[in-house]
Design a protein around this ligand. Structure first.
Ligand code: GLN
Length: 485
């Protein structure tokens, strides 16, 4: 039995047409039939069935169902779940078990969600294609020779291929939005601090946010409402009141809405097919009462450079804790303390993680700090000012999610800079901390998914989802993922 939204599933569950047990068994069966796709790193086959039976009993006993009652979910494998392996798709943590639950996981659980497993990703969330995983790549559900995007590639592929209904990802520079764009689903990164990071393995702490990957905007609004809110365990979590995202979404009217379209987002680097689809879909907003306003965001081309200096600096510090002593992998070849550090890190980390640790250490070194790190911090401030100013004049900033459609597995692995360009449209929102999302709007001439990327002002997730809903391609025109069997 396939459901196209949680509302559908919920009404079937609450009216007794189906049960959590039957639904969970169905999803687990599909997961089994996709084993070769490497989408999950760990599957909770028995635990999920047990939980489903308990939820069915709870409902039968007359207890009120939680807001996410019976929702089959997947969790990116850099988010802690107590007693469960937490690998970050790294050899370093291959056999590491979490000792506590992330706040996000706790919140989902308390609203009766069901967890099916932990999903594949780029190692420590560093990458744009899921190819940097120690557990191997994940195929794009629309073309198995192509990547699903990254770093939350497993989460995106799981939702798109029907191996869960909603997944959690993490987004430091685009890792929820870019794979959502590549897999024809919605990917939402909320305002920095909107969702607690407690239990999310840190990559670049001043950028990291947990995000939601879902089939549609309504499911994203619902799950965000459960996840959002201040957490005493995360000092950077925000006490800003949590909105009723679904209501805000429904209340949004396109009449008079100002949609800013930056000319810098439509430059030569953009695939012409993608550009046409994005422009055509944005035009359709105008026909329905919105105003499209050409805006300028000068120096947009500095975003990638600033981002990769700042996140590698933070990563080099955050990943210092993986030293062979405290967590996970320890080299068997070490014979003293210093060789234990060196060998454990050399053997435990993959190439991209090492590249970033080295780059980050370099930009923070005394001799280069001012030239790189300090300069990048200044660029961050300029971006913050520019985006604040722009969003004073328009309600939302719109453009493509990715400059190109999903690329072939192996196509960009030899050239890290090429790979970094995959994030050119998603990193600015992370630099400034504003909420952003990718919404599926259609397919290119070869049938690959295309996403539109929206950025809105701080804490305006509900309105942003409202705008996205007008862009979302109708459910009836969703192309089936080829691996949907
Ligand atoms: N692809 C970007 C990077 O490699 C973003 C990663 C992320 O958001 N976790 O850093």
């Amino acid at each position: 039995m396939q459901f196209s939204s949680y509302a559908d599933l919920r009404s079937s569950l609450l009216s007794g047409k189906t049960t959590c047990e039957a639904v969970t068994a169905g999803y687990l069966e599909r997961i089994r039939s996709h084993e070769g796709d490497n989408i999950y790193i760990t599957v909770f086959a028995e635990e999920a069935m047990e939980r489903a039976r308990q939820l069915d009993l709870k409902l039968a006993g007359g207890a009120a169902p939680g807001r996410l009652f019976g929702l089959p979910m997947a969790i990116k494998d850099n988010i802690s779940m107590k007693g469960v392996r937490l690998t970050c798709a790294s050899k370093m943590l291959e056999n590491y078990e979490s000792v506590y639950d992330a706040t996000a996981v706790q919140r989902l659980e308390s609203e009766d969600a069901i967890f099916l497993g932990k999903t594949n990703m780029d190692e420590f969330a560093m990458g744009s294609s899921n190819e940097n995983s120690a557990f191997g790549p994940v195929p794009n559900p629309f073309d198995s020779t192509r990547v699903p995007g990254g770093s939350s590639g497993g989460s995106a592929a799981a939702v798109a291929a029907g191996l869960c209904m909603v997944a959690l990802g993490s987004d430091t520079g685009g890792s929820v939005r870019q794979p959502a764009g590549f897999c024809d689903i919605v990917g939402l990164k909320p305002t920095y601090g909107r969702i607690s990071r407690y239990g999310l393995v840190a990559f670049a702490s001043s950028f990291d946010q947990i995000g939601v990957l879902s089939l549609n905007c309504r499911d994203a609004a619902l799950v965000l409402g459960v996840l959002a809110g201040v957490d005493p365990r995360d000092a950077t979590s925000s006490s800003h009141p949590v909105a009723s995202y679904g209501e805000e979404m429904d209340a949004l009217s396109l009449e008079g809405l100002r949609v800013g379209v930056p000319e810098e987002f439509f430059n030569e680097g953009l695939n012409p097919d993608v550009a046409n689809i994005v422009r055509e879909r944005l035009e359709s907003l105008r026909e329905r009462g919105a105003e499209l306003i050409d805006i300028k965001l000068p120096n947009s081309d500095y975003a990638i450079a600033a981002y990769y200096i700042l996140v590698t600096a933070e990563a080099s510090s955050n990943l210092a804790r993986f030293d062979g002593a405290r967590y996970g992998y320890r080299s068997a070849a070490a014979d003293d303390l210093s060789s234990m550090y060196v060998k454990s890190r050399t053997e435990g980390f993959g190439a991209e993680v090492k590249r970033r640790i080295m780059l980050g250490t370099y930009v923070l070194s005394a001799g280069y700090y001012d030239t790189y790190y300090k300069k990048a911090q200044q660029v961050r401030r300029v971006f913050q000012d520019r985006y604040r100013e722009a969003l004073g004049k328009v309600d939302v900033i719109a453009g493509p999610t990715s400059p190109f459609p999903p690329f072939g597995i192996g196509d960009k692995t030899a050239d890290p800079l090429e790979m970094y360009l995959a994030d050119v449209y998603t990193v600015p929102a992370s630099i400034v901390g504003m909420p952003a999302l990718s919404v599926p709007v259609g397919y290119d001439s070869t049938g690959l998914p295309v996403g539109i990327h929206l950025i809105s002002n701080f804490f305006e997730e509900g309105r942003m989802l409202g705008i996205a809903r007008h862009l979302e391609r109708p459910e009836s025109s969703r192309k089936p993922a080829i691996s949907n069997h």
